[in-house]
Design a protein around this ligand. Structure first.
Ligand code: BDP
Length: 580
């Protein structure tokens, strides 16, 4: 599905603004779109409500759309959406992190006005992605099983419809990304795939609606024509191609200008190649070392809502940190951040919303088909971005209790990702701290991603022993002959809490924690990346292990650096100079 564009053949109307809103059957209020609704009111129900919310606004179809095709495009509605026009259902979509379109051409006349209603359901359970803890009333910490009064309390919570995430981030929901009315010629370009190779051969495929001739012109960054072809698929050759490099190299972008009958669409792309060879990750044939914190879409007021000021600030803070990558932990992010990364040269590990699958029963639940659909949609949405270098099938599922069941679930998804991606990027599955000797699926990936909390959730506070244990595990992985990324490691840190003795939760401990872990990584050549958890503090559901959210950020939630951010900035300046 193409991202909306405004040009001489296409008109895109952004419907951002204040819409009518109600929680369940509650009173009508007002809400800003796009954004999570949860933090837009002091009413506690905005954060605790489980079920449907309703959005309403007026939709005007301009008279000048006469003779055109026009669709409503929702970039993301979390989690399940039902869309009504004048009270009549016109579309449904499952899943809160990927776009969907509804064709209005034959439903609403140009020059007419309508009532647009969007129902969003935020409930999560064993058949949604991400996963909810159906019926369980505690995610973190002990819930004192067996005590009569506590059990009675839990029963009461279930009766009230408590619906908790099986994951460690707040279940922000609503219309979190833009809604746009997009008009284009009736004979139009539907999709474009570009597969560049380093020698300047650019393969492309264009899907269209209607019959006609497709013309493709390749423009360089100055807008000069450097190649041209005709036909719905083919190859264009560019002489002396300039490669897309990650920062601090130049992330050079070309544009494929596609013309089809009266329609035009500009698709940017970069010429770069990602591959795994032996124990190395190669970008354009050269070994690359990934260094950058994982990132959540999370900020005050907006929740998980698109905020381009925040996105730009984050990109500049990644540059400030001397970081070169992030993982979209734990769901596909808004399309705008991938566009920024293409231009800023920041590398992305793109992750499906398969998080919370730590229960062993998981493999008995009927989730695979839906998971495969989400993975396919994510790859189709993001496959032209040069910044996307690795697909992540999911985060921290149970993989060691029933290793064969886990293998049978995940390996076909691994194969699917390779089949669906015409650029054939490396594929990974992010592994949880576990009995690694039993695990079959994590070592089967192209590149091993493991999350480890030595010194925090285990061997807490004892960094000397944490290093001893981590090194022992790394020795085990060294024999596997695969490149490895430490894809999460971190320590909750309360900004402003200091100690001459670096004890847990102080800024000094966090800095010391990273220094210790990095010393272990530096001794091993097969380690091709370090991705600390996490870029910034973020909101979670309430629990005895979370003080106003997860505090493992290198930055506070409002993006102020903690001590560790300065330390990493210095380390990554050296790495940038040496390894990347
Ligand atoms: C990891 C999860 C991540 C959590 C982190 C933590 O992948 O989502 O936020 O632990 O506990 O296991 O901070």
């Amino acid at each position: 599905m193409l991202y909306p564009q405004n040009n001489k053949s296409r008109i895109t109307i952004d419907m951002s603004g204040i819409w009518d809103f109600r929680l369940g059957e509650g009173p009508w209020q007002r809400i800003a779109v796009p954004a999570s609704y949860n933090d837009q009111s002091p009413d506690p129900l905005f954060r605790s409500h489980a079920g449907t919310v309703c959005y309403r606004t007026q939709l005007n179809i301009p008279a000048l759309f006469h003779g055109m095709r026009y669709v409503l495009r929702f970039d993301a509605v979390a989690h399940d959406a039902t869309v009504l026009l004048d009270g009549e259902e016109i579309g449904r979509h499952r899943g809160g992190f990927l776009p969907f379109e509804i064709d209005l051409t034959d439903r609403a006349e140009p020059g007419s006005a309508h009532e647009l209603t969007v129902m969003a359901d935020n409930r999560i359970n064993h058949s949604t992605l991400p996963i909810g803890t159906e019926g369980d009333t505690a995610f973190f910490g002990s819930d004192n099983p067996g005590i009569t009064s506590v059990e009675a309390g839990k029963k009461r919570q279930r009766e009230k419809g408590i619906n908790l995430p099986a994951f460690d981030f707040f279940n922000y929901t609503g219309i979190q990304r833009p809604v746009r009315l997009c008009a284009m010629p009736r004979c139009c370009i539907q999709d474009i795939t570009v597969v560049p190779s380093l020698d300047g051969h650019i393969q492309y495929t264009v899907e269209t609606l209607g019959e006609g001739t497709v013309e493709v012109t390749i423009l360089d960054m100055e807008g000069r024509e450097v190649g041209r072809a005709q036909g719905a698929q083919g190859t264009v050759e560019i002489e002396n191609p300039v490669l897309w490099e990650s920062w601090p190299g130049t992330p050079y972008l070309y544009t494929a200008r596609v013309r089809f009958e009266g329609d035009q669409y500009d698709q940017t792309f970069g010429i770069r190649q990602v591959e795994v060879k032996g124990t190395q990750l190669l970008l354009n044939g050269k070994p690359i070392y990934l260094h950058g914190p994982c990132r959540h879409e999370d900020s005050p007021f907006h929740g998980r809502g698109l905020d381009q000021v925040l996105n730009m600030t984050d990109m500049n803070l990644y540059h400030w940190l001397n970081a070169n990558c992030f993982r979209t932990s734990h769901y596909p992010n808004a399309e705008e951040i991938y566009q920024l990364c293409d231009r800023e040269g920041i590398l992305i590990v793109d992750e499906t919303p398969a998080v919370g699958m730590w229960a062993d029963e998981h493999y008995g639940w009927d989730l695979w088909d839906y998971h495969a659909k989400v993975l396919t949609e994510m790859i189709h949405r993001d496959r032209n971005h040069p910044s996307v270098i690795i697909w992540s099938l999911g985060n921290e599922p149970s993989t060691d209790t029933y290793p064969d069941k886990a293998y049978d679930y995940w390996y076909p998804l691994y194969e699917l990702a390779h089949r669906e991606d015409p650029q054939n990027r490396p594929v990974t599955l992010v592994g949880c701290q576990n009995i690694y000797e039993r695990d079959r699926i994590i070592p089967a990936m192209d590149i091993v991603f493991i999350n480890r909390y030595y010194g925090w959730y285990n061997l807490s506070g004892d960094l000397e022993t944490a290093a001893y244990a981590l090194k022992m595990e790394l020795d085990w992985w060294a024999d596997k002959g695969k490149p490895m990324v430490l894809s999460e490691y971190g320590a909750d840190t309360v900004a402003g809490l200091h100690g001459a003795v670096p004890e847990m939760f102080t800024e000094e401990f966090q800095a010391e924690f990273y220094r210790t872990i990095h010393a272990c990584l530096d001794e091993r050549d097969f380690v091709v990346g370090e991705m600390p958890w996490v870029y910034a503090d973020f909101s979670t559901c309430q629990g005895p292990m979370r003080v106003g959210g997860n505090r493992k950020g290198l930055f506070t939630r409002d993006r102020r650096p903690k001590l560790a951010a300065h330390a990493l900035r210095a380390r990554w300046a050296e790495i940038k100079a040496k390894k990347s």
